[in-house]
Write a protein that binds this ligand. Structure first.
Ligand SMILES: NC(=O)c1ccc[n+]([C@@H]2O[C@H](COP(=O)([O-])OP(=O)(O)OC[C@H]3O[C@@H](n4cnc5c(N)ncnc54)[C@H](OP(=O)(O)O)[C@@H]3O)[C@@H](O)[C@H]2O)c1
Length: 335
């Protein structure tokens, strides 16, 4: 059964629990990479869903957030918005904390205490310092290196505290509010991202120098949108989940893979593969420090997905990046 067909049948099963007609799903961050993927995905579902972006609700303004929540009275919130300008955050600390923590706390309070529904929120590998050798598990010690990472961590903690302090029913646990905090990494989709930057530069330059000593997992925004939807229509326990696909690579490995895939697909690539040169982080200093090891263990999410009736094969980053690059080249050749 296709993913959308299963989601459709789940939607019918859950109609009694989630009074979606009067209380819609509210998605913040409609114009971001994950937000756009959610817009695409929800087209298939025929669910009452409202997408808001900066123009409809500026998350720097608490009053606007509260007005938006009171206006739509959502049973479900997916927060795909974030202050994601990692380097700028070093000098715009207050703004980063407002959007990544204060705004998130208001959303959590609404879901946990008013609508008693479901909150899906995305977080980041940047909550870790990257000093551990093994892939990070959900319970591993956080120690963000950057302002962005710190602001995202405070957002995570706010959600956890709000839900821990809100009353729960032991008689009918299915009616309790739930939250899913999805930590992900190296996101790419319809927007500005590393893969698009590399493909653009590969057409312009004869040599590219790319960092080799940071490792992580490239993760598709389409997949992240699907995971959010699967969790909403499940009985999975609240908590943090490491939402990354299988495998890992370096920025250099990702650039090489994406560029060679584009070359095979017929894109006019200028740079030769031997001129895509691996460099250490120290050779490309940036305002915000990044974790060297961004790899996250995804076992907990895999176990949760296995319990769902519409569990699909768990993807590997290479297969997803290959599809993404092929689509990118096809679209470019058409235009
Ligand atoms: N991108 C990554 O590599 C990465 C890695 C790890 C985790 N994550 C997390 O994954 C989630 C989704 O990331 P993404 O790549 O989809 O992010 P994105 O493309 O940067 O989108 C973020 C969205 O948030 C919106 N936003 C920012 N400030 C706002 C404000 N004051 N009011 C209203 N909206 C505001 C932006 O609006 P505008 O379009 O108007 O600017 C943008 O549409 C985020 O939680 C992020 O922290 C991302």
């Amino acid at each position: 059964m296709s993913f959308s067909a299963v989601a459709g049948s789940l939607k019918n099963q859950l109609k009694d629990h989630l009074d979606l007609q009067s209380q819609p799903i509210l998605v913040f961050g409609k114009d971001g990479q994950v937000g756009r993927s959610l817009q695409q995905l929800f087209k298939e579902f025929h669910l009452p869903v409202v997408f808001v972006g900066r123009a409809e609700c500026d998350l720097a303004d608490d009053t606007a957030i509260i007005q938006t929540l009171n206006h739509y009275q959502p049973k479900i919130i997916i927060n795909a918005s974030a202050y994601t300008a990692v380097d700028l955050a070093e000098t715009e600390q207050a703004k980063a904390f407002q959007i990544n923590a204060t705004a998130v706390e208001l959303m959590a309070k609404y879901i946990a205490t008013v609508s008693k529904g479901v909150l899906v929120h995305y977080s980041t590998d940047y909550v870790f310092d990257g000093q551990q050798d093994a892939p990070y598990r959900e319970e591993d010690k956080t120690n963000p290196l950057s302002v962005y990472g710190k602001s995202k961590l405070v957002g995570e903690q706010a959600i956890q505290q709000v839900f821990e302090n809100s009353p729960v029913s032991t008689e009918n646990v299915s009616l309790n509010a739930r939250y899913y905090l999805l930590r992900t990494s190296w996101v790419y989709g319809d927007g500005k991202n590393f893969i698009r930057t590399m493909l653009g530069l590969a057409n312009l330059r004869e040599e590219l120098r790319v960092i080799q000593d940071q490792r992580g997992c490239p993760t598709s925004s389409d997949w992240l949108a699907q995971i959010a939807t699967q969790l909403i229509f499940s009985n999975t326990s609240s908590g943090i989940y490491h939402a990354v696909v299988d495998g890992a690579t370096s920025w250099h490995g990702l650039a090489l893979f994406a560029i060679e895939t584009a070359r095979l697909a017929g894109e006019g690539i200028l740079v030769k593969s031997e001129n895509i040169i691996p460099i250490p982080t120290t050779a490309y200093p940036l305002p915000a420090p990044r974790p060297q090891n961004s790899r996250m263990n995804n076992q907990k999410l895999k176990e949760a997905l296995k319990e769902m009736p519409f569990s699909a094969d768990y993807p590997h980053w290479e297969a997803q990046v290959e599809r993404y690059v092929m689509n990118y080249v096809t679209e470019k050749l058409k235009s």
